[in-house]
Write a new protein. Structure first.
Length: 422
């Protein structure tokens, strides 16, 4: 007796997620040599990303600290218009009560110190020739604490008792053949237009990260500069913070306080506009490196996945013939590579961190950057962002590499797939 009810196609019993993961893990390591090669490619790519990102981040940090602790400080305050036009007529942009402003600023908890500077131009004469210089009147003790990146090539730093001592830049010293102990005459024009001279003694010769700055700069005690220019004011107040990360917040606080005093506030990045440009350049270069590593991992994994899928076509065809849909085949291939990506990226992160730690214990001796005479020792800074982004790039590259062969296998006719097992 025949039933009139048509036979329904039997669907396979759904496989629980844990079983699918176990199956994918067994399939992923079925061919141990190929699995090891794929994992090595992923791990190497991720480790390269971690190390390169840490190296670039160290460049950013060291360049920023060199700028802050050799010239600009974290923040500078001046009378409105000084930063734009004060280089030619600094006497027109004087802060008349620098001591009172310093006391108000240093009351902020983020502030470590505040110092006044008086900028001017003039001539330095060694008894044989004149040399055009850009001078700064500074507070010696405060500047010594701030200028930790200012390197002395000869002599020592200015001290409070060096009333008429000067520090000269490396280029100035070479041009006038000056050395510590030599005497020179500083010639300046006062705000009233009168000429004034000051007999000074060279205390030390300095080098900063900027060769151009060193070719023209001298530093003199603030009291001596005020005496030479016949003023009690200052052009800028330089703020040193306890933590560079607080710069933007303190800039905002100081801006609110100084609006009524006709003063403007600038952070160190605004004072050194080449820094954001340098950061942008390195970020683009690092973006190119990320793309190269991504392509490298993609190609390595694509090759391994294609070989694995080709060898298992009959297996996938049998699974399809037993009622599994193409989506199930697609899912198992992608899941295998997600597991490979997770393991490979994790190994890459661990490897990168270990290498970074070892390198940072020693440091990398770097030559002077462009427009500088000072080399430096580079390290590898591994931030949480660097680890996370490198991990995700390695995982994403592995998954992307699996999509084309997985989709091809899922769409392949069952009969064609089964022929590969004959």
């Amino acid at each position: 007796m025949h039933s009139d009810t048509p036979n329904k196609q039997r669907r396979p019993t759904p496989v629980p997620p844990s079983a699918r993961v176990k199956l994918a893990a067994r399939n992923a390591i079925r061919h141990k040599g190929r699995a090891a090669t794929t994992l090595a490619a992923i791990s190497f790519g991720v480790a390269v990303l971690v190390l390169s990102r840490g190296f670039v981040e160290d460049i950013f940090v060291q360049l920023a600290e060199a700028i802050i602790h050799s010239q600009s400080g974290h923040i500078q305050l001046s009378k409105v218009g000084y930063f734009a036009h004060g280089a030619h007529q600094p006497h027109k942009y004087l802060i008349v009560d620098p001591e009172g402003d310093k006391r108000r600023i240093v009351s902020l908890p983020e502030v470590a110190d505040v110092m006044a500077r008086l900028s001017f131009s003039g001539l330095l004469n060694n008894g044989r020739a004149d040399y055009s210089i850009l001078a700064e009147g500074i507070e010696p003790d405060s500047e010594a604490a701030l200028g930790t990146f200012l390197e002395l090539s000869a002599g020592r730093r200015l001290a409070r008792e060096d009333r008429y001592g000067i520090l000269v830049g490396q280029g100035v010293a070479e041009s006038l053949t000056l050395k510590p102990g030599d005497r020179a005459v500083l010639v300046v024009n006062t705000a009233e237009g009168a000429m004034n001279t000051l007999d000074v003694e060279v205390i030390g010769v300095f080098r900063s990260f900027s060769k151009e700055y060193d070719n023209r700069a001298i530093k003199i005690p603030l009291s001596a500069a005020q005496e030479a220019l016949n003023t009690k004011g200052a052009n800028t107040l330089v703020v040193s913070l306890k933590n560079t990360a607080d710069t933007d917040r303190v800039v905002s606080q100081l801006t609110e306080r100084t609006v009524w005093r006709d003063q403007e506030v600038k952070g160190w990045q605004d004072l050194n506009d080449f820094y954001p440009k340098t950061v942008e350049l390195y970020r683009r270069q690092f973006g190119g490196l990320q793309l190269i590593v991504l392509v490298m991992v993609l190609l390595s994994v694509v090759n391994a996945v294609n070989m694995s899928v080709f060898e298992r076509m009959g297996e996938f065809g049998t699974a399809r013939a037993l009622g599994n849909r193409g989506f199930h085949v697609f899912e198992i291939i992608v899941l295998e590579n997600i597991l490979m990506g997770l393991v490979g990226a994790t190994v890459g992160i661990v490897l990168g961190v270990l290498v970074a730690y070892g390198v940072s214990k020693i440091g990398i001796s770097m030559p002077p950057p462009p427009n500088s005479d000072l080399g430096y020792r580079a390290y590898i800074r591994i931030s949480a962002n660097a680890r996370v982004s490198s991990f995700l790039i390695g995982l994403a590259a592995t998954v992307l590499a699996a999509l084309p062969p997985a989709m091809k296998m899922a769409r392949m006719p069952i009969a064609e797939a089964l022929r590969h097992s004959i």
